[in-house]
Write a protein that binds this ligand. Structure first.
Ligand code: P6P
Length: 281
């Protein structure tokens, strides 16, 4: 396991222990214009400190920071410290997303050599997909670990089930395009709705039960809501390593050119037949 993920796992008990007292909002906004929770800022500062201390890490970027933090030579780590942090107030699952790029940021998903996420659920788990520079995500393997005490315990390979069962799509129905809404009306007759407001938790449903998760481009925001470098590309790397597919509506999320650190993209990950149907819209 790359030392980045050993370090993230070791930080889990501290992140988890710090959540109860940090449900309040700050009066700050992040680079994406979202009001930051005390927990967002605190988890970001904790991960920045521990990850930049690693000799193998040369740069740290996060959803909560405008710019990349230089840390010398090595891989670039892109982090969403608390994905779905709005679920903290309602005490619903959320996660930490980590992308390890063998390239300076902003970099497209083809620069990923590893990606993973921590899921703060009833059990705290971490899924890690590790590959090699220049190799497709489908050559990587995805593994799940229990990380309750900060030490990763391997609990097996992650492989997308053949038969799709669940779906979840973000955004409000009136904000969806007509084509997308018509597609979802078909999917409603085929799969069960599982949407909880935290990408990591919803993608974990798809990786466990099969199906598709997405956050589409919207009428007034065709680029959608999710960030390419911090959410879309890393989660696509994991899902493609697990045997699934991804798309922004046209191509794999790993092939979407990255021009800005906080650029947004429509995100769809999961069963390849459903991903193909999204691309045919
Ligand atoms: P909405 C959380 O804020 C997040 O970035 C993702 O984790 C999640 O999938 C999405 O936004 C939820 O957005 O519009 O449903 O609240």
């Amino acid at each position: 396991m790359h030392e980045v993920f050993e370090t993230v796992a070791a930080a889990v008990p501290d992140i988890r222990a710090g959540l109860p007292g940090r449900r309040r909002k700050t009066d700050e906004e992040n680079a994406s214009g979202e009001t930051q929770l005390a927990a967002d800022v605190w988890a970001d500062e904790l991960l920045e400190e521990r990850l930049t201390a690693l000799d193998s890490v040369g740069a740290y970027a996060s959803e909560e920071r405008d710019d990349v933090v230089d840390a010398g030579d090595g891989v670039s780590v892109a982090v969403d410290p608390l994905d779905g942090s709005s679920n903290l107030k309602s005490n619903n699952p959320m996660g930490t997303v980590v992308g390890v790029y063998d390239a300076p940021l902003p970099a497209s998903g083809t620069g990923l050599v590893a990606a993973g996420f921590v899921l703060y659920g009833p059990i705290t788990t971490m899924v890690v997909a590790e590959g090699a520079a220049g190799r497709p995500a489908s050559d990587a393997t995805a593994t799940e670990y229990v990380v309750e005490d900060g030490t990763p315990r391997d609990v097996g390979a992650v492989e997308l089930p053949e038969d799709p069962t669940v779906y979840g799509f973000g955004g409000r129905v009136p904000d969806w395009t007509d084509d997308f809404e018509a597609f979802v009306r078909e999917v409603e007759d085929e799969l069960k709705l599982r949407y909880g407001g935290a990408m990591i938790a919803d993608v974990s449903q798809v990786l466990t039960y099969g199906g598709i998760f997405g956050y589409p481009g919207l009428r007034d925001r065709p680029e959608g809501k999710l960030r390419l470098l911090f959410e879309g590309a890393p989660i696509a790397y994991v899902v493609e390593a697990a045997g699934g597919a991804s798309t922004d509506g046209e191509r794999s999320l790993l092939d979407v050119p990255a021009t800005r650190l906080h650029q947004r993209t429509p995100v769809f990950v999961g069963d390849d037949a459903y991903v193909e149907r999204v691309e045919s819209l």
